[in-house]
Design a protein around this ligand. Structure first.
Ligand SMILES: Cc1cc2nc3c(=O)[nH]c(=O)nc-3n(C[C@H](O)[C@H](O)[C@H](O)COP(=O)(O)OP(=O)(O)OC[C@H]3O[C@@H](n4cnc5c(N)ncnc54)[C@H](O)[C@@H]3O)c2cc1C
Length: 489
């Protein structure tokens, strides 16, 4: 959507939400939420399922349709939501969506920045598929698609093992892995997708396949970074690792020290050992600036890192301690905008940059001085260590250049009257921080389109992925994702 069209859309949406909506949920009432499906079709599908089918008018519809980033630009009104009670339900749902020509969305944790886990057609929600099996001898986990990152960390921790998953416990292990996946342990062990051993996949023609290196090396390669494009993953197997307790927690600074903290953070991260990762968050509110960190390594290295961080500026508060990795991985990240009490609306913008440039620092200092206190500006996943040693073409996930960084601005609000201002502010932040050319996008953090389209996401892997997409999903049935559209080229 062009910026001027987006602005017009936001204005109209705000007016509609205020005029017709339920302020608590922001939902629009009326024709938009009537299912186009016949009662017979709904009954037939319902009878085939072990789980539930939710359609407009059902009591749970309003909550079932919603995902994490819900606002006038992302909200959808599904014709039906299949809440899978068994992996077979997903097979039935794929066949049903095809038969009725419904746009399909697949949802595990519902954390997509563009709300790809909802749709105006059929949603396959696998979040109730929660089986986890740890094999301590082989150091592997087999998890069904609804298992969250924090849940794998807890299960693996019982055996003294750790998974390589994202930093937020509420993100699904499957979702983060299929898009590449960056977390606290990327410097030590690589991306989440580098740990994948196999995936159970339901294809566009409703077949079930167990995909691994020996069964179909091309498809297995594609699943590691572009996975949502090729089917519904109902379960997967991945490697686990063994590490001792880590240092984890947050160090806070005053907002007035934003510039020196940002500059010092850049320096510390440039020399960081593989076992260190940190996320810098800036807010104009009470929390001020805080660095959330994880270090796995010798005590002497920990001490040096802490000394460096404490000298960025005078810390206003500090809560760091040695702890089992599972404890850190289960803690709701302070960066998580969902930590505040049930906001009705959330939005996020993200940008990938090759460096923390002086220009980035200038924009951050300026923005944090002017922004509303609930806004969180972040710098996450400083790229270094093992994740960067894996070649960009080794998996479908290409963004592995050392010193690159993911920037983010997140906000939440409750009043529909704020839609226009909030969404316009997000656009402005994007305008200031997007690179002027050759923009790269990380599939898991996509918040906007580039003129180049999916090549910005998959870089040198795009041609190979396009050929595979044409082979496995020529009609682009799986398209609510960082999409490789077969017809674009
Ligand atoms: C608070 C927060 C913290 C985050 N932290 C990190 C982080 O530390 N590191 C990181 O790399 N990313 C992070 N992310 C981004 C996250 O990895 C992506 O948004 C990811 O796609 C979310 O997966 P999900 O299943 O939770 O979301 P969903 O919205 O359910 O799905 C996201 C996408 O994956 C597809 N998908 C999900 N499940 C399946 C499945 N079973 N089969 C096929 N396709 C599927 C969906 O169709 C959709 O396109 C974070 C996001 C949030 C909101």
């Amino acid at each position: 959507m062009r910026p001027q069209d987006r602005r017009e859309f936001i204005k109209q949406s705000a007016a509609l939400t205020v005029g017709l909506g339920n302020e608590a949920t922001g939902s629009w009432l009326g024709a938009a939420d009537a299912s186009p499906l016949s009662p017979e079709a709904i009954k037939r599908l319902r009878n085939q399922l072990k789980g539930s089918l939710v359609v407009p008018g059902d009591q749970s519809y309003e909550t079932a349709k919603r995902v994490f980033y819900w606002n006038p630009l992302t909200e959808r009104h599904p014709a039906a939501i299949v809440q899978c009670g068994h992996e077979e339900d997903a097979v039935r749902a794929v066949a049903f969506a095809r038969e009725h020509e419904l746009e399909l969305a697949v949802r595990s944790g519902g954390h997509s920045h563009l709300a790809w886990g909802s749709s105006n057609g059929l949603v396959i929600d696998v979040s109730r598929l929660k089986q986890i099996t740890i094999d301590p001898k082989r150091r592997t986990v087999r998890a069904q698609a609804g298992v969250l990152g924090g849940e794998v960390a807890r299960a693996a921790g019982i055996y003294g093992l750790v998974p390589v998953l994202g930093q937020c416990p509420g993100v699904s292990a499957t979702g983060v892995t299929l898009g590449g996946g960056l977390g606290w342990l990327a410097g030590l062990f690589g991306a989440c997708c580098d740990q994948l051993l196999s995936a159970q996949l339901i294809t566009a023609d409703a077949r079930t396949m167990n995909v691994h290196e020996d069964s179909d090396p091309d498809l297995f390669w594609a699943l590691r970074g572009a996975g949502a494009n090729f089917g519904v993953t109902t379960s997967f197997e991945a490697r686990l690792h063994s590490i001792g307790p880590v240092l984890g927690g947050d160090i806070h600074f005053a907002v007035r020290d934003a510039r020196s903290v940002l500059m010092g953070f850049r320096e510390v991260m440039a020399g960081a050992p593989d076992g260190f990762q940190a996320t810098l968050n800036l807010t104009g509110g009470e929390r001020g600036i805080f660095i959330s960190l994880c270090h796995s390594g010798p005590e002497s290295e920990t001490e040096l890192l802490l000394k460096q961080l404490r000298s960025l500026a005078a810390p206003s508060k500090e809560a760091v301690s040695r702890q089992p990795y599972a404890q850190l991985a289960e803690k709701a990240a302070a960066t998580n905008p969902g930590n505040s009490t049930s906001p009705a609306f959330r939005s996020i913008q993200t940008v990938y940059r090759e460096r923390i440039s002086d220009e980035v620092i200038d924009v951050y200092v300026d923005q944090v001085g002017r922004a509303s206190p609930d806004m969180v500006f972040g710098l996450s996943h400083y790229m270094h260590g093992q994740v960067c040693r894996v070649a960009p073409e080794a998996t479908a996930f290409p963004h592995r250049s050392p010193h690159s960084i993911h920037l983010r601005a997140a906000q939440n609000w409750n009043d529909p009257l704020d839609h226009e201002q909030r969404l316009a502010w997000g656009e402005e932040w994007l305008r200031l921080l997007r690179p002027t050319s050759d923009e790269k996008l990380y599939a898991n953090y996509q918040t906007h389109e580039t003129a180049a389209g999916s090549p910005s996401i998959f870089q040198g892997n795009h041609e190979r992925l396009l050929a595979l997409k044409k082979k496995h999903d020529p009609e682009n049935f799986f398209r609510r994702n960082a999409n490789i559209a077969p017809s674009r080229v």
